[in-house]
Ligand binder design. Sequence first.
Ligand code: CTP
Ligand code: CA
Length: 233
Amino acid sequence: ALAAVSGGPLDGLHVAVSTGGTREPLDPVRFLGNRSSGRQGAEVALDAARRGATVTLVAASVDAGVLDGVAAHPRVTIVNVETAAQLGEAMGTAAASADVVVMVAAVADYRAASVSESKLRKEDGPLDSIALVPNDDILAGLAAARRPGQTVVGFAAETADDDLLERARRKRERKGADLLVVNEVGWDTGFGAGGNTIAVIGADGAVVAEATGSKAVVARAVWDAITAVRGIR
Ligand code: CTP
Ligand code: CA
């Protein structure tokens, strides 16, 4: 059921957020996956709900307990998915009525060209390669299908190097997103302990926001940047 309006700045807005990491099956018991915990996307969804938005959170194989806090919020609906294709489908449905779309999920770039109906067994012979095919770019698809007034936001975790920002700018442009949040891992903070450092790239390639801190702090900075580009105070 829809909770009463909160009186927050995002009152009346529908927000669609993806989080976690997709799993691409190889056979009934195995998958290709990644280490994304889903924590950052859960914080992004929770902060939007706290600001008054109605939130659809599409969650792909998040770590245990990560959704506990956000699931308890009355304005959040969680849709659990596993594969990139399922995530794309669920985000497409949510985006059809969303004012803001935020793709935090780590989407597998590839899936197995064919999924074995039965378990792959060593006795069937040595397996020396797995044929892969590329998955659709969900963010690029959502941005291309953007509704009037809809804001589309992507996330990118980039390893540090000299042209990190330049690569992030190209990535935002390639995908057609309004904003790209770059996780500056290895820039001036170490992995893990120090928390997260992000920069938000805007439509002209400029850095419109920067933040360092916990995933909750980063989530707040991301919503500050989104509300700023949408002209909400
Ligand atoms: N993304 C997506 N669909 C994909 C791959 C990525 O929607 N098939 C989204 C992610 O959710 C994220 C953004 O695109 O919001 C950036 O993801 P990233 O993996 O950095 O982009 P790629 O284009 O896959 O580039 P790379 O080769 O660096 O992995
Ligand atoms: Ca990728």
